[in-house]
Design a protein around this ligand. Sequence first.
Ligand SMILES: Nc1nc2c(c(=O)[nH]1)N[C@@H](CN(C=O)c1ccc(C(=O)N[C@@H](CCC(=O)O)C(=O)O)cc1)CN2
Length: 284
Amino acid sequence: MTAQILDGKATAAAIKSDLTARVAALKEKGVTPGLGTILVGSDPGSQKYVAGKHRDCAEVGIASIQRELPETATQEEIEAVVRELNDDPECTGYIVQLPLPKGIDENRILELMDPDKDADGLHPMNLGRLVLNEPAPLPCTPNGVLTLLRRYGVEIKGAEVVVVGRGVTIGRSMPLLLTRRSENATVTQCHTGTRDLSSHLKRADIIVAAAGSAHLIRPEDVKPGAAVLDVGVSRNAEGRIVGDVHPGVAEVAGFISPNPGGVGPMTRAQLLVNVVEAAERSVG
Ligand SMILES: Nc1nc2c(c(=O)[nH]1)N[C@@H](CN(C=O)c1ccc(C(=O)N[C@@H](CCC(=O)O)C(=O)O)cc1)CN2
């Protein structure tokens, strides 16, 4: 078997085309959505991701507001920029690029954001709304995974899903999205403390690998026909991305997301969706 590719680039392009029309309609009503980003430090990966977010904004007509602070920025200095964007009427939604430098209290920064401007869906209030099944901006990467699965007709209802990883941006909220009544999946969350990962993976109809551990998911651990989403990012000696999924998995799986080119572009597209949806809510 050779797996069908879950093409994140093509899917993100289709989403952006739809958003371009919606942003134009908002502008006709006098509303210009504006995405703010706060980048602290000079991590090349984070710089690249933030630059990509602003390119996407330009593509669909969303205004961009960029704030950059040095690696040495203090907690107070970052908090001052958060307050500034909370109060800026041009900024209809914003994100704080993660991770923040060591020594910064990330949770305190997230808590200080105006939850109604939280474009990432990572504010504790919005994660709480997700737990309570109330409307909230959805975390971008998990929502990107769901959108890809739906677009390619992968059956989620009743599926056994294994999520590998428990980080804030993906692992924590992925099971919350998958177990909503609208999705009705059964989820097992695995992590570094899981005793026998292989036994869990072998039962999965869908695997979401977000461990950041190169080639952790091996072909022999994957049920034939399963959908495998590779969200993990490690870098090899040449600086190239190596995902959590071994290339041999493509011979066993029914569906596979490439990495790069799978979930990454979807993360960016879902961020734009959150910004546009928030602006649409503001005009009723
Ligand atoms: N505030 C946030 N911080 C972080 C998030 C997030 O959703 N919100 N997620 C990641 C980084 N990230 C977005 O911020 C992100 C990661 C990867 C991609 C992407 O398109 N990757 C490409 C490959 C890029 C490359 O070659 O390096 C791909 O997969 O094709 C976009 C966004 C952590 N921080």
